[in-house]
Design a binder for this molecule. Structure first.
Ligand code: OOB
Length: 555
């Protein structure tokens, strides 16, 4: 094993580090440098269009602001390997801040704008974050009082930086990101910061099964390679205009190839704070968008909108990347038919492995599979529950390792024992590999609910709901939903003399301060829950029960 460059991080074996370097997969550069290169060759080209506040930033402006922010962060005392939590919706501020972090070696922890007190307390504490970066309000939620609460709650948190109206207690994120003419000496000082490319550039969050999200260390080297291969397979070039309509802090929208890919190849990235088709289609037409990244639920909304209104505003769209949850086979052909774009299915994970259909694949592959690994150095095995390899065509659990799939979570030995088997990561997905190498995701062997790409830990939601008085037994399971694929359904057994309504259950979860996507959207009060032979709640029976009820109600 290589000596770990950072305590808590699980490194790749030394011989592989050397192999990845000698093969040129790992280039030993800082993620910032790739984008700085683009800014040098095409400084005045538009890098970012923020459809939220209408800002347009050239490559030069993006890099100048990132340098200014990096300088100010250094002055405030931020140092290499310090962690900061980012809770920002898609916005130019998010991208510039990320680049400033890469530049200074500060490690951003990629929270979601939907996260609330419960998740953010945990994420800040587990990462020992020194600062929070957020916005004043977003979708009717005021982050300002929350940042104060978090600072009180989490010992390591020293500062909050808030975009727009920062209020009396926090610092202004706009001031941090404001232009500043750096002298050559100051720039040289920034250049002199030496950042080990084997260290994390950022922490992604796992959509894990048990408990709260775990931290995924993505190094400069592995992430740069992730971005490079994904850009290649997505056919991304400087002529593209990419639209990000899913949260950019997700690995998919950030690096597969995402906004970082777009900025690395010299394309323009259009940032949409919401996937609402009316607004997004306007932006598509205005900016002549050529490629977009969405989850199936959003693809479906866009297709329905276009089929109904025939706006013709998607004509410039060349590729629609869809992933994060299973694309329904019936929906897949409609991407080309209605939106006029080639579908690229993306089956990936924040922990690494990315699979994609290729743009020139036969239609049957594009519409019925989730593609194959993007790198020839990705390794995939399909195994039975005992870990024996299965032949192609048979359903089994996917295991993977490779040059951009880390060997363990940060500071989480117990979770690592469960999810990493001799260096192979097991996402808990049930998959078939076809003889042509393409994977079809058929299900999963993990207790999560995938609500339109947002992963919900059933165990976590259940443990919070058990705090409610009068609950004897409960389970949350996935119920089918036409738009989101799955939603949360709560089954509960209530003690005599008590009641529980859906509203009460949700109110409790809101009080705890959990992200809204976790809230159940239906409750079934029952006398008892079905049990398996080994006395565990039989969730399979519950999933079938709610699916049957919903089907009957539709009749
Ligand atoms: C992406 O990343 P995560 O970390 O939020 O979730 C990963 C899990 C996978 O293990 C799988 O269960 C599910 O999400 N998933 C899919 C899928 N893409 C992801 N299930 C079926 N079909 C698909 N196309 O979700 C993610 C990260 C990078 C790129 C794309 C997605």
């Amino acid at each position: 094993m290589t000596e770990t460059p950072m305590p808590g991080m699980v490194p790749w074996p030394e011989e592989l580090v050397e192999f990845y370097r000698s093969e040129g997969l790992w280039q030993d550069r800082n993620l910032f440098q790739y984008i700085e290169d683009t800014a040098r060759s095409s400084p005045s080209k538009t890098a970012l269009v923020d459809t939220g506040d209408g800002s347009r930033l050239s490559y030069r402006e993006v890099i100048d602001r990132a340098n200014a922010a990096a300088w100010r962060m250094r002055e405030l005392g931020f140092r290499e390997q310090d962690r900061v939590v980012i809770v920002l919706p898609n916005s130019w501020q998010l991208v510039v801040l990320l680049l400033a972090c890469f530049r200074t070696g500060v490690i951003p922890v990629m929270a979601l704008a939907g996260h609330r007190r419960y998740e953010l307390t945990h994420i800040s504490a587990r990462s020992q974050a020194r600062a929070l970066f957020t916005m004043d309000t977003w979708r009717d939620f005021d982050f300002r009082p929350l940042t104060q609460e978090l600072e009180n709650e989490v010992d390591t948190l020293e500062w909050s930086f808030i975009a727009r109206d920062h209020g009396p207690h926090a610092r202004s994120l706009d001031d941090l990101l404001a232009p500043l003419d750096l002298s050559p000496a100051q720039t040289a000082e920034l250049d002199a910061i030496s950042i080990d490319p084997l260290l994390p550039a950022l922490f992604q969050l796992s959509g894990g099964t048990t408990g709260l999200p775990k931290l995924i260390t993505r190094t400069h080297n592995d992430y740069a390679y992730n971005i490079e291969v994904c850009s290649e397979v997505a056919g991304l070039t400087e002529d593209d205009v990419q639209l990000a309509a899913l949260p950019l802090t997700h690995n998919f929208g950030l690096a597969c190839p995402g906004v970082l890919g777009a900025l690395t190849v010299g394309a323009t990235s259009v940032l949409a704070p919401s996937p609402n088709p009316v607004k997004v289609f306007e932006a598509m037409e205005q900016e002549q968008v050529t490629t977009a990244v969405v989850v199936p639920a959003v693809a479906q909304r866009w297709i329905a909108h276009e089929a109904e209104h025939r706006t013709g505003k998607t004509v410039s769209l060349r590729v629609l990347q869809v992933g994060g949850s299973r694309m329904p086979d019936e929906l897949a052909p409609r991407v080309q038919a209605v939106l006029g774009a080639t579908l690229q299915q993306v089956y990936g994970m924040a922990e690494g492995l990315i699979n994609m259909t290729r743009l020139d694949d036969p239609e049957e592959v594009i519409t019925t599979t989730q593609g194959r690994p993007v790198s020839p150095h990705d390794e995939v095995r399909i195994v039975d529950p005992e870990g024996n390899d299965l032949p192609d065509g048979e359903r089994g659990l996917l295991l993977t390792r490779g040059p951009y799939t880390p060997r363990g979570y940060f500071n989480a030995p117990e979770a690592n024992e469960k999810s990493f088997l001799d260096g192979w990561y097991c996402p808990g997905d049930v998959v078939v590999r076809r003889p042509d190498g393409n994977l079809v995701v058929q299900g999963r062997d993990k207790d999560i609910i995938n609500r339109g790409g947002e992963k919900i830990s059933a165990e976590e939601v259940e443990s919070l709901l058990y705090q409610i008085d009068g609950v004897e037994q409960l389970a949350v399971v996935a119920m089918p939903d036409e738009v989101y694929g799955e939603k949360v359904c709560l089954y509960a057994v209530i003690r005599d003399g008590h009641t529980l309504t859906l509203e009460q259950a949700c109110e409790h979860l809101r009080e705890v301060g959990i992200a809204a996507h976790n809230l159940p959207e239906r409750i079934e009060i029952v006398d008892r829950l079905p049990m398996t032979k080994i006395r565990k709640i039989d969730k399979k029976v519950l999933r079938e029960d709610i699916a049957a009820k919903l089907a009957a109600e539709e009749q």
